[in-house]
Design a protein around this ligand. Structure first.
Ligand code: SIN
Length: 560
């Protein structure tokens, strides 16, 4: 049974601090929400380690939007829908592609982000699944770092905003079903305290750390999705963990992203004999959508009994490679690979969770006062397979939209906060010591083996058995972020396995060897929420992801 809170507490005994808004997470979604909200409100920005340790920071390829002369939101819409394999929510996709160009333009004109240009125009590149060059990039392959730096520069001068680093959020506080703040741990001091606020925005990123090979930073353990579920929100589409085709594959070296943009500029995936693997597989060849490329790579690797393939960029002029991909060039060189001379060893790695906390088009979850945006959220934009470089854009577009009714939510909620300090939670906790450092790698390896790129009923049953044996972890009273992370990872792994068992078909990032075809019946989302007797699931047809309970605040023309 998943407990409502991961720790026992009595707020009367804990130090608390009040803000108008708490934003959790400091990637593009969190920073842009905080920046905009702090024009009007007192905002606390909480981040798990330091401001700069985020998935945004290491994003390379860029940000997609229909800004090219030959492009249009309609074309961007079609490409996104096609990549999403029949599971995208069309209204959400329209919102993304129509508002995307405005948000990117603001980023340049108002926030001061510097994107690469040619003759005064954005130098747009192409990535997998795009029919036009529409991916803007910065410093060649350091787009995320430029975005993060420019947003942070603006934010640090804002007197209404306080940043709390090394703060681990354990749970979302609710009073009578309404969000009332967050409970967390000052990770340096090891002490628990709380932030009282009428509105909370979750922008906590993804959960790549559920797998042993991932492009995500260490912090991406799915805490946001797990705590939102415990607080009463709905979560959906968790069977769609996207694997990125090309992560650097070297023994004893952590996986590291090799941007799809390299293929956009002509690099090709080849086998050990130098033969192109995507020739004849898809009309877009190496630039096919990610799920198609990963599937073919896995097939070829299995056939050759190898654990990696190669990305060959040696035919691209060395000067261009060094100028266009300085970060990749440097990183690979330090690892002993000169990408101008030899093909790069690569294999797929867990990269992006297409599902997450269900939100409507204004970032509202089903819990009054609780919003989510960025990778932690499931707006329905990505469907079963995210289109490359749509994620930074989603973070920008939907964080902006949260502002459409945040002022009313803050005003309405403020009155109800008086009773927060009466909040307490006490359940029987197990004192069984579960060795976190042992269980976490076992869990990751089990996820890779049984819930990786290729799944089968037998493997999923094995995963289920492993998880049910370890569910007792959820009852343990941990006193460290590592313990809470493990509890969140076990919670999510359980839901991912459940969704993967239910979905008896193959679609996008979910491939079942025992159900290789796509079934029309499964144009449905698998939505989880907490019920009186534990987690329950519901199947919602595409177009109906947003169920009842999301319109808890009208939109007024009262933006920040
Ligand atoms: C990449 O640069 O290949 C990653 C872009 C993305 O995941 O959208």
């Amino acid at each position: 049974m998943i407990p409502r809170y991961l720790v026992n507490f009595d707020l009367e005994d804990l130090p608390g601090i009040a803000f108008d808004l708490v934003v959790v997470g400091s990637g593009v979604a969190g920073l842009s929400t905080a920046l905009r909200a702090a024009r009007r409100f007192r905002v606390a920005l909480l981040t798990k380690t330091t401001l700069t340790v985020t998935a945004t920071r290491i994003a390379q390829g860029g940000i997609a939007s229909a800004l090219g002369a030959d492009d249009s939101p309609e074309l961007h819409f079609q490409d996104t829908i096609q990549a999403g394999k029949g599971l995208c929510e069309e209204e959400a996709v329209w919102t993304l592609v129509r508002e995307g160009p405005m948000r990117v333009t603001e980023l340049i004109e108002e926030v001061g982000a510097h994107f690469d240009t040619v003759d005064g125009h954005l130098d747009l590149t192409i990535e997998g699944g795009h029919s036009r060059r529409r991916v803007a990039h910065a410093q060649g392959d350091a787009t995320g770092s430029e975005l993060e730096a420019s947003l942070t520069r603006r934010l640090l001068y804002n007197k209404r905003l306080d940043v709390f680093e090394n703060y681990y959020v354990i749970d979302i506080l609710t009073v009578d079903g309404r969000c009332a703040g967050v409970l967390g741990m000052d990770a340096e001091e090891g002490t628990i305290n709380y932030f009282r606020a009428p509105a909370v925005v979750l922008a906590m990123g993804g959960m790549g750390q559920l797998y042993p090979v991932t492009t995500n930073p260490e912090i991406c353990t799915g805490d946001g999705v797990s705590m939102a579920l415990r607080a009463g929100a709905e979560v959906s589409d968790l069977e769609f963990m996207q694997f990125h085709p090309t992560s650097l594959h070297l023994p004893e070296t952590p996986r590291w992203l090799i941007s799809e943009a390299l293929r956009g500029e002509g690099a090709m995936i080849v086998d050990h004999a130098g033969k192109r693997i995507m020739e004849g597989v898809h009309p877009l060849k190496d630039l096919a959508p990610r799920d198609t490329v990963v599937n073919e790579m896995v097939r070829v690797m299995k056939k050759l009994d190898r654990d990696h393939l190669f990305l060959d960029a040696t035919h691209i002029p060395a000067a261009k490679l060094k100028e266009r991909f300085p970060t990749i060039y440097r990183h690979c060189l330090e690892a002993g690979i000169d990408i101008t001379q030899v093909p790069i060893p690569v294999s797929p790695a867990a990269h992006y969770m297409s599902g997450g906390v269900v939100t409507n088009l204004r970032g509202m979850t089903r819990v009054r006062g609780l919003y989510a945006c960025g990778e932690v959220a499931c707006t329905g934009v990505h469907g079963a397979n995210r289109l490359a470089s749509n994620s930074l854009l989603e973070g920008l577009v939907f964080s902006w939209r949260i502002m459409q009714n945040l002022p009313q939510a803050v005003e309405e909620g403020a009155g109800g906060l008086m009773r927060v300090c009466e909040l307490k939670h006490k359940i029987r906790r197990s004192r069984l010591p579960v060795e976190i450092n042992l269980l976490r790698p076992f869990l990751q390896q089990m996820m890779m083996d049984c819930v990786g790129f290729r799944r089968s009923r037998d493997g999923l049953d094995e995963a289920w058995e492993f998880l049910t044996k370890n569910l007792e972890v959820l009852q343990v009273e941990y006193v460290s972020p590592q313990g809470f992370e493990l509890q969140n990872m076990i919670t999510l792994a359980t839901l991912m396995v459940k969704a993967a068992v239910l979905r008896e078909e193959s679609r996008g990032c979910h491939f079942r060897v025992d159900f290789p075809g796509q079934a029309e019946y499964w144009r449905r989302h698998i939505v989880f929420s907490m019920g009186a007797r534990g987690v329950r699931n519901e199947l919602r047809p595409v177009g109906e992801l947003i169920g009842a309970g999301y319109d808890w605040m009208p939109v007024e023309a009262k933006e920040c």
